[in-house]
Design a protein around this ligand. Structure first.
Ligand SMILES: *Cc1c(COP(=O)(O)O)cnc(C)c1O
Length: 331
C-alpha cells in the first residue's frame, strides 16, 4: 500500500537515477577533531559542495526533470516558479536553467540586491514584488493561475522529498554502518527524504532532527498532530525558519514516521557551532548547517562510540551574519 505521504523508497531510487550527473554526489568526510572531542566516529556530509550552495538543488532538479519525463517538455513551456529568498530560490533557478525550462523566482522588495543578482546571474528572472514573503508567494500563485506556470514547492511534495532523500542512499553507500544521522529540520523535505531512504536500507540507523528553539513550526505541528502556524523569528539558522503550510500533505506525516529523536537548539549554540566549523574544519557554513553539531554540544546527544553523520546542508551565509555569530559566541 502506498503510504499517505507518497514518499516510497522506490521514488528515492528513481530520483537518484534522474539527478545523477546533474547534481554533485557530495563527499562524506570524517572529522578527526569532532570525533576526538565527542569520543565518536563523526562524519560530515558536505552539501555545501553543490553549485547552488545547498542540498535543495537535489529536490528541485528531481521535480523539474520528473515533470518533463512524465508530461513532456511542452507541458513546462510556460515555465516554473517559486517564492524564495534563499537556497530554494537559487536551486530552482539553477535547475531550471540547466534543464532548459523558463523560470521566474518571486522575491519581496526587501530582499537584498546581492541575492537578486545571484538569481539573475543564472539567466533567470527575479521578480520583485510586495513587501513580504507572503506577497511574493501570492505573485507565484498568480503566475500559476494566470500564466499556467508550474509551482516548485520548497519541501511539501513527494518529488522534492525524494530528491533530498538521495542523500540517504549516498550515506548508506559510503558508511553502511551508520548508527545515527543528524539532520536540520524545517519543512521536513530533507529529514523526511533521508529517513525514507535509510529506514528502507538499515532501519536501526537512528534519524535525529534538529530544529530552532523558537518559531519551529514542525516541532509545534508534531506536538499538535496537525499543521500549526508559528510566529517567524529572526535566527542565525534562517534557512530553518518559516511554516510547514497549513495544508501540508506530505512532510508532516513523513517526518512523524521516520524520525526517532528531535531536539531544539539555542542561538548561542548555533553560533558556537558555526565558529567551531570554521576554526577546526575550515568550513564556512550557514547556521542551519551547524545545528547538528550545536545539538550534540548543547544537549550532549549520546554519540559516544557511535558512527554518526551530520548533514552540513548549506553555505548561504553573509559575512555580516557570520560576524554576528562570532560576536554572540564571544570568539
Ligand atoms: C531548506 C534547508 C534546510 C531544511 O530543509 P527542510 O526540507 O525545509 O526541512 C536545512 N538547511 C538548509 C541549508 C536549507 O536550505
Amino acid at each position: 500500500m502506498l503510504p499517505r505521504h507518497g514518499v516510497t523508497p522506490a521514488l528515492v531510487y528513481e530520483a537518484r537515477q534522474r539527478i545523477a550527473g546533474r547534481v554533485v554526489r557530495s563527499p562524506l568526510v570524517r572529522s578527526a577533531a569532532l570525533s576526538a572531542r565527542f569520543d565518536a566516529d563523526i562524519h560530515l556530509k558536505l552539501e555545501t559542495c553543490q553549485p547552488s550552495g545547498a542540498f535543495k538543488l537535489r529536490g528541485a532538479t528531481n521535480m523539474i526533470a520528473a515533470l518533463i519525463e512524465r508530461h513532456g517538455r511542452d507541458a513546462l513551456n510556460a515555465g516554473v516558479t517559486t517564492a524564495s529568498t534563499g537556497n530554494h530560490g537559487r536551486a530552482v533557478a539553477l535547475a531550471a536553467s540547466r534543464l532548459g525550462v523558463p523560470a521566474v523566482i518571486c522575491l519581496s522588495r526587501l530582499v537584498p540586491d546581492n541575492k537578486v543578482a545571484a538569481i539573475e546571474a543564472l539567466g533567470v528572472e527575479a521578480r520583485r514584488i510586495g513587501r513580504s514573503q507572503d506577497e511574493a508567494f501570492g505573485e507565484a500563485e498568480r503566475l500559476v493561475r494566470d500564466q499556467g506556470m508550474t509551482l516548485i514547492p520548497p519541501f511539501d511534495d513527494p518529488l522534492i522529498a525524494a530528491g533530498q532523500g538521495t542523500i540517504g542512499i549516498e550515506l548508506m553507500e559510503d558508511a553502511p554502518e551508520l548508527d545515527q544521522v543528524i539532520v536540520g529540520l524545517s519543512g521536513g523535505g530533507l529529514l523526511g527524504g533521508i529517513g525514507a531512504a535509510i529506514k528502507a536500507i538499515r532501519p536501526g540507523t537512528r534519524i535525529t532532527g534538529v530544529s530552532l528553539s523558537r518559531g519551529a513550526a514542525m516541532w509545534e505541528s508534531l506536538r499538535a498532530g496537525r499543521p500549526v502556524e508559528v510566529e517567524e523569528i529572526e535566527s542565525l539558522g534562517d534557512s530553518l525558519g518559516g511554516g510547514i503550510g497549513l495544508d501540508n500533505r506530505c512532510t508532516l506525516a513523513l517526518v512523524d514516521e521516520v524520525m526517532d529523536d528531535h531536539y531544539q537548539v539555542s542561538e548561542p549554540a548555533i553560533a558556537h557551532a558555526m565558529v567551531d566549523l570554521l576554526e577546526h574544519e575550515k568550513m564556512l557554513v550557514e547556521g542551519a548547517a551547524a545545528v547538528g553539531l550545536a545539538a550534540i554540544a548543547e544537549h550532549q546527544i549520546e554519540v559516544r562510540g557511535q558512527r554518526v553523520a551530520l548533514i552540513v546542508s548549506g553555505n548561504g551565509v553573509s559575512l555580516e551574519t557570520f560576524d554576528r555569530a562570532r560576536r554572540m559566541a564571544n570568539r
